[in-house]
Design a protein around this ligand. Sequence first.
Ligand code: PAF
Length: 290
Amino acid sequence: MEVVHTIRELQRLADAERSAGQRLALVPTMGALHDGHLSLVREGRKRADRVWLTIFVNPTQFNDPKDLAVYPRTLEEDLAKCEAAGVDVVFAPNAKEMVPEGSQTRVEVGELGLPLCGGTRPGHFSGVTTIVSKLFLAAKPHVAVFGEKDYQQLAILRRMARDLNFDVEVVGGKTVREADGVALSSRNVNLHPEARRQAPVLVRALEAAQRAVASGERDSRAIVQLVRREIDKAPLARIDYAELRDPDSLGLAPAELAGPALLALAVHFHPPQDGDGASVRLIDNRVLYP
Ligand code: PAF
């Protein structure tokens, strides 16, 4: 496995692989790798000859400096996991390499970036699209794999590839879950143990909504109320958003569901009053099919 730190070097490798007729899959990450990331590597392997993974904690997508400061950084362990998973190249640039001083150009996101995480994390998605564009231009992949847990991010990146004519197929990888249903996330390690015990309320809320729809509930408001009641059972949980949206446009779902609807959740888990640590925001989603 090769570990590369500069864009130039990565571009040269990409050119060599492409001229040799190799198909490249890229898995962009912010490190602190878990089984969810490794399943994206396997997804890439199915679709390409080479799998490259990038590790960069992108400062431009954090709207909260505290969140950036506590984001886990575990490069040594990450490299060992990549090696074991058969990753061919890891790109691990520093911040100056990815965001040189004086950078002025950003990729802005339109309507898909306004609701949900775009509403509560201003500037987040343009930080993501700018850095992912740079990763595409550096690694020149044929296919790029992103987790479906970040549903809105995946929708935005698919749209960006189309709008800007990136010759990259953007593919989603299934959410991987712990035994208790909590979606794997690099942020889970920052949860206070009591908050971690309460975190399954997210998946329970998604399942409650799915059951309600399966038994004929079509009223959007009633479904969202049911979801909120479920999450409110966890005393350390504070809802950031719980919304039903159109799975393609991300516009609000109709009052009476007639087709598939995305149920998207973001919830802050606070430490207990006498406990240490910061609050951690988790997201999860499910598409409901009436
Ligand atoms: O999903 C992530 O880990 C990040 O948003 C990404 C796509 C690697 C861009 O920094």
